[in-house]
Design a protein around this ligand. Structure first.
Ligand code: SAM
Length: 260
């Protein structure tokens, strides 16, 4: 009977792969792999020389939506043929990742067993490398283009993390990079909530143990000048302290005296 397990490789080669995920990779009938780094893919191919890369589905000018549909279908074909299939994705398979979620939903809808294993994402590495605890003042996460396409309510007393900043503003879903002009529109949007001189961090987690993370500090007004990649994440630290809710605090104080 066919089944699907989507697992995460974590961000750093050899550092984050959990035993359950490794078990799925070693034991599945068929393994598909989607890594951001060619060396990480080679590492998976050492464990499973027959692992099939999902990279060839990407193509210049082809819509990512189409690419994702084809990746899901490639995995589902094997599940339907009665095989145990493992999809191994870099990072966490369920964080800013369409294919594993869609593949699992489709497999379940067709009556097959499907599961996802949690793993170390770029977000987890970001907290460690930048010394940010999301519980201290809170942390909002948005996909950078979605952040531009919709009116979101930014809380400048919390951290703001923008994913896929390298392709911010891409409405076509076909680009592997967007332009300075796109980023200027993002600057304009962020200026509604932050001062021009506000410090931001371009973050790129290290994917090899010998490498260091990129943690480049820039100001908001310089965001259009900096080099960004597909694997860059933008971190906007808080610009103000949290504003106490005096009315709620008064009601809580009242409640406490009633209970005392
Ligand atoms: N599933 C992945 C995870 O768990 O981190 C995220 C995949 S999402 C399609 C791609 C985005 O993740 C990038 O645009 C970037 O925002 C972030 N990302 C991927 N690799 C990264 C890295 N090495 N450092 C920082 N952010 C990264």
């Amino acid at each position: 009977r066919g089944s699907l397990a989507c697992v995460g490789l974590g961000m750093m080669l050899g550092a984050h792969l959990g035993p359950r995920a490794r078990g799925h990779i070693e034991l599945a009938d068929i393994v598909f792999v989607a890594a951001s780094d060619a060396l990480v893919e080679l590492w998976v191919q050492q464990m499973r020389p027959d692992a099939r890369s999902l990279q060839p589905f990407y193509a210049e000018g082809k819509s990512r939506r189409q690419t994702y549909r084809e990746m899901v279908e490639a995995m589902l074909v094997e599940v339907r043929a009665g095989r145990s299939v493992c999809g191994a994705f870099y990072g966490h398979p369920g964080v800013f990742a369409t294919v594993p979620h869609d593949a699992i939903a489709k497999a379940r809808a067709e009556g097959f067993d499907a599961s996802m294993d949690a793993a170390v994402s770029a977000e987890d590495c970001l907290y460690a490398d930048l010394g940010i605890d999301p519980g201290r003042v809170g942390c909002q996460h948005y996909e950078a283009s979605q952040f531009l396409f919709y009116r979101r309510r930014v809380d400048p007393s919390a951290h703001l993390v923008l994913w896929q900043i390298g392709i911010v503003g891409d409405r076509s879903c076909r680009r592997f990079a967007t332009t300075e002009a796109h980023r200027r529109l993002l600057i304009e949007r962020l200026l509604e909530d932050y001062p021009a001189g506000h410090g931001l961090i371009v973050y790129e987690a290290a994917t090899l143990p010998i490498a260091s993370p990129r943690m480049e500090r820039i100001t908001l007004e310089r965001l259009a000048d900096v080099k960004l990649h597909m694997h860059s994440t933008l971190v906007v630290p808080p610009a103000m302290t949290m504003v106490p809710d005096e009315a709620m605090l008064a009601r809580l104080a009242q409640l406490e005296t009633q209970l005392a």
